[in-house]
Design a binder for this molecule. Structure first.
Ligand SMILES: Nc1ncnc2c1ncn2[C@@H]1O[C@H](COP(=O)(O)OP(=O)(O)OP(=O)(O)O)[C@@H](O)[C@H]1O
Length: 269
């Protein structure tokens, strides 16, 4: 069943005078079904974060529609939990307070909030660090807290924007595995932005590639291999990676958008 859909979405960011705008997403239509693990990849600046922000409700499309369970997304909602690239923890709060804080909008007793926060922190392996302040945690641990905070909200869909890109390779792989476990155990839908083709191959049930800006969907791949059986050195993964990398290279070689952005005149301005 479709949980999230973008229908012919265009996104233009206006310049300061608001007379012209930069086209960032160009007619993007996609459907995400419940339970999918969708990875978005593409050249830098192609609009992946913008896409995620539209799905979260932080941005609205200039033209087209973004639908959650068939209804237009008008604002952020706990049903669509976001994990950002930076840890975004409140430094004056302890680990458990950071997770409980996310539950403030829900009608729950303090005891219930505490129990949910504890369960989620246990799930990400931080039950022994609940009283620590964020500054005492490693980058990987901070990102685990951020994941626990999003999980605590029990969202339908988790939107993750390069959540592990600032971590070392080993920690990143471990956290990839943990997200995969969460996806399996909690049966969430996940949309995950990454620059790493390996990460997309390890995690995605579908990989969607965007073109050089203005972003359009270039190609997508479905991966049905069980996560526990994914071996990036196996022939099928080596050739898939090669195919994805050459597609990425081809669409990154287009005219340099930064020097030559597609400007749109805004009607009526
Ligand atoms: N709020 C904004 N106002 C104006 N321009 C913006 C805004 N947000 C993003 N942009 C521009 O839109 C383009 C796409 O940005 P976006 O962050 O969505 O791309 P991305 O694919 O996620 O990039 P990266 O892979 O480098 O993180 C960029 O040129 C960026 O400068």
């Amino acid at each position: 069943m479709c949980i999230l859909e973008t229908k012919n979405v265009y996104k233009v960011y206006l310049d300061q005078k608001k007379t012209k705008g930069r086209l960032v997403l160009n007619d993007v239509s996609l459907k995400i079904d419940e339970g999918e693990f969708v990875c978005l990849i593409g050249p830098s600046g192609c609009g992946k974060t913008t896409m995620l922000n539209l799905m979260a409700g932080f941005e609205t499309p200039t033209r087209g529609e973004v639908l959650y369970r068939g209804n237009p997304i008008k604002k952020p909602s706990w049903e669509r939990g976001v994990v950002f690239q930076e840890y975004s923890l409140l430094p004056w709060m302890s680990v458990i307070e950071n997770v409980e804080y996310g539950l403030d909008g829900k009608k729950l007793s303090d005891k219930e909030k505490n129990q949910i926060a504890m369960d989620c922190l246990t799930m990400v392996g931080l039950s022994e660090f609940i009283d620590h302040r964020p500054n005492l945690l490693s980058g990987g641990m901070k990102q685990r807290v951020a994941i626990a905070r999003t999980l605590a909200m029990d969202p339908d869909i988790m939107l993750m924007d390069e959540p592990f890109s600032s971590l070392d390779e080993q920690t990143r792989r471990r956290l990839d595995g943990e997200v995969c476990d969460i996806w399996l155990k909690k049966q969430k839908t996940i949309v995950f932005v990454t620059h790493s083709v390996d990460e997309a191959l390890l995690l995605g049930t579908r990989i969607i590639m965007f073109s050089q800006s203005p972003g359009e969907i270039v190609k997508e791949w479905s991966i049905s291999v069980d996560h526990s059986k994914r071996d990036l050195t196996a022939n099928e993964f080596v050739s898939l990676k090669q195919e994805i990398l050459s597609t990425l290279q081809a669409c990154s070689c287009a005219d340099n958008y930064t020097n030559n952005p597609k400007m749109i005149k805004i009607e009526g301005e």
